[in-house]
Write a protein that binds this ligand. Structure first.
Ligand code: SF4
Length: 457
């Protein structure tokens, strides 16, 4: 169960260019980094724990010689943080066929798939996916057909990349379109990344998004776009807009920064508490704080300074999350001292970080601290790859009303965005909003059913 970043490159200096894409996707996973290349017609894979730059050195990558490479950065979610299970890319061979696979998502029915198609218990949905692709590849003799078949077999979210020794690279997005996946092709070179911003940093001005239920394949000569013919209810993950994606990325033709600014504007439009200054929780609260300050016509300033070496606490393992919350933020006293402060964050999940922020703002002399949240209360777990594991860990599920949460935080007031406000900000005809509404985009599956399935992990 992983929420990750994937990348690939088919062209000159493929290992180094894939590595650069992974560095640009580091915010999507800090737990491990991996890269697969072709060496003498066989797949060679390097996967190590940690950040990209420390897991694999640029010098080591520069020495790899291959015209094609795929890569992965990993953030494990429910049930397996720090276990090492599911590190990617996963490379497998059987009966003369080989694949390497990296994916971003969460396969809800991986136990059933494992039992039905693989006759074994495999504790990782990534491995089930890789084994299933290899099995279908062996049976059908065509890796594109193998990946195409996933659309009708798999329930859950996946954006994936597969490498075969032909050499060929195949990418695919699930029929619901939960997670982002982009590619750029100039007729000779193919570059692939979870987010558009990574391609732009590498110098690709134009790129396309892989459509829901679509497969793209490249063998070095021709690019093939294949429709699986399977469609789910279009359900892009709204949390990509709220928090996960970089603000300079575009997902479903919506600029993430602009969506976040509008989220802040909507909250500002609902607010009637007087404040002297608006400060963001850096970095992901910054765009929303800007929108809030525009609507409220209140000074925007930087009051919190983030320790950039502490990483993203949300996507780290639980054992170090609390520690990171403690060391993550400093305060610019002159910005907050003696003032009524609105502090804007993208979301409030467990509440531990915000409780500490309110405390340090008051310690540095803030007269009042009003917490403003760019998204609605997260009340339900996510089973599609984001780490909202159980209802009891979610602050909005633990407390009955907003005033009680505000009291827990030590804030003078608390205001959330609404589901309507979020829809208005993202401006897409449909979205996955299940962690806010409890309505999951799979027929016949509700939160009780999913909690039962996942409690067996
Ligand atoms: S439940 Fe929430 S976090 Fe999970 S996919 Fe849906 S919108 Fe994203």
């Amino acid at each position: 169960m992983v929420m990750c970043g994937i990348a690939a490159y088919y062209g000159p200096n493929a290992p180094l260019n894939t590595y650069k894409l992974l560095v640009e996707l580091q915010h999507r996973g800090q737990e491990s980094a991996g890269i697969s290349i072709l060496s003498k017609n066989s797949i060679k894979t390097i996967v190590r724990p940690g950040y990209v730059l420390t897991a694999i050195s640029p010098n080591e990558v520069s020495r790899l010689d291959s015209q094609v490479a795929i890569g992965h950065v990993r953030y494990s979610t429910t049930g397996e943080p720090g276990s090492g299970v599911g590190t990617q890319p996963i490379t497998l061979s059987s009966n003369g066929r080989s694949i390497s696979l990296a994916f971003n998502g969460n396969i809800i029915n991986y136990r059933d798939l494992s039992k039905e198609f693989l006759n074994s218990y495999i504790p990782s949905d990534a491995e089930v996916l890789a084994r299933l692709v290899l099995k279908l590849y062996e049976e059908l003799g065509d890796v594109v057909e193998a990946v195409k078949n996933l659309a009708s077999l798999v329930r859950g979210s996946y954006s994936l990349v597969v490498l075969t020794p032909e050499p060929r690279v195949v990418i695919a997005r699930d029929p619901w379109g939960f997670k982002p996946l982009t590619y750029s092709f100039n007729g000779e070179v193919l570059a692939i990344a979870s987010e558009s911003s990574a391609l732009e940093v590498l110098g690709f001005d134009s790129w396309s998004e892989v459509g829901p239920g679509t497969i793209v394949s490249f063998d070095g000569k021709s690019l093939e776009v294949v429709d699986s013919g399977v469609r789910g209810v279009f359900s892009p993950c709204v949390f990509e807009y709220v928090y996960f994606s970089r603000p300079d990325s575009v997902f479903n033709s919506v600029q993430v920064h602009e969506a976040r600014v509008r989220m802040g504007m909507y909250v500002g439009g609902m607010d009637n508490v007087d404040v002297d200054v608006v400060i963001p929780v850096p970095d992901s609260g910054r765009s929303a704080a800007l929108g809030y300050s525009i609507v409220r016509k209140v000074l925007f300033d930087e009051g919190l300074i983030r320790n950039r070496y502490a990483g993203r606490s949300f996507i780290t393992t639980p054992d170090v999350r609390d520690f990171i919350s403690d060391v993550k933020y400093g305060v610019i006293k002159s910005v907050v001292c003696g003032r009524r402060v609105a502090v804007v964050d993208d979301s409030l999940i467990r509440g531990t970080t915000m409780e500490r922020i309110v405390k340090i703002l008051k310690c540095r002399g803030a007269k009042e601290v009003h917490v403003r949240v760019a998204s609605p209360p997260v009340k339900y777990p996510c089973f599609m790859g984001i780490d909202f594991p159980t209802r009891r860990e979610l602050i909005a599920s633990r407390y009955d009303d907003v005033d009680s949460i505000s009291k827990y935080l030590g804030a003078d007031s608390l205001l959330y965005n609404t589901v309507e406000g979020l829809r208005w900000a993202v401006k897409l005809p449909s979205l996955c909003l299940a962690c806010y509404t409890g309505v999951y985009p799979f027929k016949d599956i509700n939160v009780e059913v999913l909690e039962k399935v996942f409690s067996r992990w």
